[in-house]
Ligand binder design. Sequence first.
Ligand SMILES: Nc1ncnc2c1ncn2[C@@H]1O[C@H](COP(=O)(O)OP(=O)(O)OP(=O)(O)O)[C@@H](O)[C@H]1O
Ligand code: SF4
Ligand SMILES: [Mg+2]
Length: 386
Amino acid sequence: MTVADIISEESSGTGRPTPILEARHLTKHFLARGGKKRGDAKGPKVVHAADDVSLSLYSGQITALVGESGSGKSTLARLLSQLYHVTSGEILFKGKPVKVRGGKAFRDYVSDVQLILQDPFGSFNPLLTIRQHLERAAKIHHPDKRGKDRTELIYDLLRQVNLNPPQQFADKFPHELSGGQLQRCSIARALAANPAVFLADEPVSSLDVSIRLGILNLLRRLTEERNVGLLYVTHDIASARYFAAETAVMYAGEIIESGPSEEVTQKAAHPYTQLLIASAPDPGRDPDEERVTDIGQPPSLIDPPTGCRFHPRCPQAMERCTTQVPPKFDLGADHWAKCWLYADDVQSPASDAQAARRPSSITNGKAITNGMAIVRGKGDLPASAS
Ligand SMILES: Nc1ncnc2c1ncn2[C@@H]1O[C@H](COP(=O)(O)OP(=O)(O)OP(=O)(O)O)[C@@H](O)[C@H]1O
Ligand code: SF4
Ligand SMILES: [Mg+2]
């Protein structure tokens, strides 16, 4: 921790350093196809891609953002990278609000906050060599370096991502490299900007399983060595446990649970997080525990469900879940969940049908509901709404 971190930690009074990048109550609504034509009393039809999302990234720390397809993960990453304008809410970089509309302010912000995308082949021009791509980045971010110095910088960037000897990779075209090697090149290009934050949107999901770990280990080393904050966007909650210090779980445009990764993955509180875990491939799973394969469908984000957005799929839904939005319930150790199960006045299920789907057996803190592993419920945790 630097002196500046200690000062800001003391001044913030939260016991934590100031986040390097922070989303505060971010909302992004896209106009739905044909949305303008509707013109009814509710106004234009919109996609609620992100609603009231708050998230903090810290220097030297990896934060995972997990959720199924369409839950709004990329939208949040793009909002944080300022590629999308926010509908409402605020983004703070080093504690100061930022709103860039283009020009130099945008270029400066992009130097500080670098986005790494899922498909490296899509982010390289197939007609240019790796050297030419890195030269372009070097000219933008290190205009003072020319000739030999620029070449040395390019080789150094390639060495940092373990592409050795760098001379061998620099003159290749993108199609001459494997997906893993090209993803390393895209990380090298991002490093040229000397960023304070990486936003890695599914950085390994397009890669062969055998090379994913190498890229994740590289990102972890760079996060630690360069003290950057890293947002790791993924479908894979199992990888979040091993890779990220903190994990936030997104469902239908909202973050519904967050906390230290060990807590969120080993003591998942929200039924949706429990469903993600129960459906994830996990070689370490107890052989008696069946993997859940039918996990249902995400809701429409044009007309999201009222109350808790997960209620149509939730085996533990109660009456109030259908109408009242659950607040954050503090579960201790920086862990929280938005779920009425943790209210002091927890209700009984909404109907007999739902009652039948409630946990029928609880053993060693795990309950099985129609094949879904429910890791814990009310009574295991201190609960207080915040
Ligand atoms: N430019 C856009 N215009 C309209 N709707 C959009 C736009 N971008 C995203 N959406 C919608 O917003 C919702 C969230 O999409 P997003 O890409 O953020 O999800 P995701 O969690 O990243 O999904 P995946 O895991 O498949 O990448 C989806 O319903 C998507 O169709
Ligand atoms: S608030 Fe209700 S519907 Fe939502 S996850 Fe909790 S129990 Fe299920
Ligand atoms: Mg995405």
